[in-house]
Design a protein around this ligand. Sequence first.
Ligand SMILES: [Ca+2]
Length: 399
Amino acid sequence: MKRILLLLGLIFTFSACGDNQKSEEKAEVEEPTETDNQDSDNPVPEEMQEAVSPENEYEHEVIAENMSIPWGFDFLPDGSILATEKGGDIYHFKDGKRVAINGGPEVYNQGQGGLLDIALHPDFENNNWVYITYSSDEGEGEGGNTALMRAKLENNELINREDLYKAEPNSTRGQHFGSRIVFDGEGHLFFSIGDRGNRDVNPQDLTRDGGKIYRLNLDGSIPSDNPFVGEENAKEAIYSYGHRNPQGMIFNEETGEVWVNEHGPKGGDEINVIKAGKNYGWPVVTYGENYDGTTITEDRTGPEFQNPLTYWVPSIAPSGFEKVTSDKYPELKGNFLVGALKFQYLEHLAIENGEVTKREKLLEGLGRLRDVQQGPDGFIYAAVEGTGIVKLLPLEQTE
Ligand SMILES: [Ca+2]
């Protein structure tokens, strides 16, 4: 590890030199052996190749129509869909029909805030709990901040509401609310909150909300083995910190880890593998720069920070995250899908031994891609702004 950092340091030092000299120096010093990378649990990621058109062809079918900003969705046991509209509405889509769900939270629909993610309890079939993240103006200060609630879904209505978390304080800034919800299969839920547009204050401060991944028991209580339990003034629900705006999250069953994707600034969107108590670096280290092209920091990595698994330059503005486990698309099985708000496609990433080996653009040109989920039927569904929820279909192979 130290050797890699030293090598990178040398490369950055020489980066101001002319092209010829730079490549000569690189050729001379850049010889990290494979074992260097594999021995470390925190390797420095390689730069990604460009995303290309897919090798296989697909078509799509619109399953849920007439949505403006479908932010999150999940599947009921019968395969029908519950979906949120950022503006505050919740809908149930079944057999092409749309029914409004009453009893949802009142949302602070401002900037990137509004009604956000929705996820069914892993044992929904027996308890009817539905979890929702949204931005709320309740509590201290003007503006809003991210909140998590749960309620029971009965007869198209959310009842027995419980408020589980509310980030503090409110802010009138419109950026970076997060937020996705996932379950780890061991009685915990994870959710994310972005830095709320206050990068120099929130992400590195454990006594403040924002720029964090949180971990709770399913009833909203704080697990006694959370990494900052007992630390003075720390928000004990925090599981990891130094994040910018995570809007995609999965529980990777194969590795037993929570993985997130998060928006970087200009360049530097990341996929991070979440580990208890780790610092993911924002804004002290980043592969991005300010939107006006000025420098945030020269530092890409540091010994106290967990490196991303990979990063995007230029940014794709990632939202939504899924790992394909079904047999419906053999070429996607075991690989990852990430929505690209900016370039309006669904990115297919093959990752082998911690390295991205393939990037493809699926569902290109449909609209800003906000969320992606594998349904109980094994098919991939994606929420697209201005379109609704679409089902990805492999193009029939003709004999
Ligand atoms: Ca980072």
